[in-house]
Design a protein around this ligand. Structure first.
Ligand code: ADP
Length: 236
């Protein structure tokens, strides 16, 4: 008997991968093409620090040293963000979840709201990551990132999109990058298995040009959404 296709195609794209893998760049491209909300916990925390809110004061030294912010603080900002109407159609999680406990909290929300979930793992070797992050420039206004290698000639210290002066992120020093990678391997990498067991994990090679990574992710998302229409049980 033909299964009844789900009409609710609210989709969550969970971006997994080490710092510098390109989660933010890819999340932004997906946001611009699919119209899903882009939720970056790193950007939210940096904004809180800039605005000197209570959350920002609690998070500041942790971010600067490459440590994770406590689960309950991050869970709370994500839960609140997911209630906004721009998440109704779909959303991209960039930098969340980062621990198994966060993944459990998120899973509760996704199950409750019957959201189609896809976990994309961007695989990139550590050597590539350290070089990328150390050469990365950030726009403090619109949070875009620029790499010296890819923007040579174009990059004159100003953001391509909004003209703001670019900066280096305080945690993009070799010392803090090394700590962030260690924290990633210890606390976040186990999520690959978590999503693998739930049959929603898709690995993507991140060591190629951003446009190529983007096409690969976009194809996966479109395929899952179409499959979900035809045969919902096979995709969830
Ligand atoms: P990256 O992926 O390059 O490390 P992010 O902008 O995602 O950069 O995160 C920067 C920092 O913000 C992290 O090192 C951590 O201190 C904090 N942070 C972001 N997301 C989370 C999260 N889900 N849980 C705990 N801390 C987080």
């Amino acid at each position: 008997m033909r299964e009844k296709a789900r009409t609710n195609l609210r989709t969550a794209i969970i971006m997994l991968g080490p710092p510098g893998a390109g989660k933010g760049t890819q999340a932004r491209l997906l946001y611009e093409t699919l119209g899903f909300a882009h939720i970056s916990t790193g950007d939210m925390l940096r904004t809180a620090i800039k605005e000197d809110t209570e959350l920002g004061r609690k998070a500041k030294t942790l971010l600067e040293s490459g440590q994770l912010v406590p689960d309950e603080l991050v869970d709370a900002i994500v839960e609140e963000r997911l209630r906004k109407p721009d998440c109704d159609y779909g959303f991209i999680l960039d930098g969340y979840p980062r621990t198994l406990a966060q993944a459990g909290t998120l899973q509760g929300i996704l199950d409750r709201d019957d959201v189609l979930s896809i976990a994309i793992g961007i695989k990139t070797p550590d050597e590539v990551l350290v070089d990328r992050l150390a050469a990365r420039w950030i726009c403090p206004n619109c949070n875009r990132s620029f790499s010296e290698q890819l923007s040579s000639g174009k990059l004159k210290g100003l953001c391509d999109k909004c003209g703001e002066k670019l900066i280096h992120r305080a945690d993009d020093t070799v010392e803090v990058i090394t700590e962030r990678l260690k924290v990633y391997h210890e606390q976040t990498e186990p999520l690959i298995r978590y999503y693998h067991e739930r049959k929603i994990f898709v690995p993507i090679d991140g060591d190629q040009l951003p446009a190529k990574v983007f096409y690969a992710i976009r194809d996966v998302v479109e395929e899952k959404r179409v499959l979900n229409r035809i045969c919902p049980k096979k995709t969830q």
